[in-house]
Write a protein that binds this ligand. Structure first.
Ligand code: BDP
Length: 329
């Protein structure tokens, strides 16, 4: 008993030493990660944010970026942020849907009319509310910093162009880890296979899947065109991304530092957006140069009709929110 008391006191003084005045002077290196490589819009925006942070704090706070899945796939990144093993992660709303139900509304196929609609929603009160739901979530252990653009997701595969729903029949298509996405692909007649982004290249190489779906910059930077040369603009999903901060780490920051990071995140949101549109154009140009066979889908309505069961299953409980989203124009 005595011994235990001694240990506790020693541990307590160690904590005081670590969090006391000494630490206030010391440098804070924020560990950030992204599945994408350096230069990708989301990565670049966070790198720039780090430079601004360094300038604003005279070098006291900086960001160290671990790009290209160096710390694992998106699932691992989320887990590491949750336990405080890293500070900042840039993730898709996709895998957060099962945890934060309101976020799953953004994962519904064809929920936004176009990019302008999506941006208005995330920039406005709905975006703020939904981000707050994430930050307030009792077990997500994440603070939502800002939104980012991620264009639209389209199907690509190694077998054939998809011009109508029936073309998807029998194709094994990788989807992000969220039952809603598997249901979406199955509703379209394909076979949705949930797996991490980090496993996708190997799954395409080995024929475990025939293809996947993503935006043009991910398809290009991941070199997915090497394995799936038919890129069909189904544009069935338009999922924004988020920059999150580990709640555990956030709680140890001063109010001033939190405010600074919050302000710079908002700037990062707009910077990323400008970079995004450039990257979309550049990726499309590179896809054409690489000989990717790109096609449009003449009748989008057919795809929208086919995913009705997904809406029936997931949208009902969020009717009020969906009505508000649809009313934004
Ligand atoms: C990309 C997102 C990334 C996801 C990836 C995926 O930027 O966050 O991990 O898709 O499909 O577009 O898993």
């Amino acid at each position: 008993m005595k011994r235990r008391q001694f240990m506790t006191a020693a541990a307590a003084s160690a904590i005081v030493a670590a969090t006391g005045p000494v630490r206030a002077q010391s440098k804070l290196v924020l560990k950030a990660t992204d599945v994408h490589p350096l230069g990708y819009p989301t990565v670049e925006a966070v790198v720039r944010m780090g430079k601004k942070l360094e300038a604003a704090t005279n070098g006291r706070i900086s960001i160290e970026m671990y790009p290209s899945m160096q710390l694992g796939g998106e699932k691992e990144m989320i887990e590491q942020a949750q336990v405080g093993a890293l500070h900042i992660a840039r993730i898709s709303v996709g895998p957060m849907g099962p945890l934060v139900p309101e976020m799953n509304v953004f994962n519904l196929p064809f929920v936004f009319r176009d990019a302008a609609h999506m941006e208005k929603v995330i920039d406005g009160p709905i975006g703020t509310e939904i981000m707050q739901k994430l930050s307030d979530h009792p077990t997500a252990n994440l603070i939502g910093l800002c939104w980012m653009n991620a264009g639209t997701r389209s199907v690509y595969n190694s077998k054939r162009p998809i011009t109508q729903v029936s073309d998807l029949k029998g194709l094994k298509i990788r989807m992000m880890g969220n039952p809603l996405f598997v249901d979406t692909m199955n509703a379209l007649g394909g076979n949705g296979v949930a797996m991490g982004f980090d496993q996708l290249i190997n799954a395409m190489q080995t024929g475990v899947v025939d293809g996947a779906e993503n935006n043009e910059p991910s398809y290009d930077s991941g070199q997915h065109y090497r394995y799936a040369r038919y890129f069909s603009r189904t544009q069935h999903l338009m999922i924004p991304e988020i920059l999150v901060f580990s709640k555990r780490q956030w709680n140890s920051l001063s109010a001033d530092d939190r405010a600074l990071i919050g302000r710079l995140s908002k700037e990062a949101q707009l910077e990323q957006r400008a970079l995004w549109y450039e990257a979309e154009k550049e990726a499309t140009r590179k896809m054409v140069a690489a000989g990717v066979i790109i096609n449009d889908v003449p009748n989008k309505k057919e795809f929208q009709d086919a995913v009705r069961p997904v809406w029936d299953k997931y949208a009902g409980q969020h009717k009020a929110l969906i009505d508000r989203i649809q009313a934004v124009n």
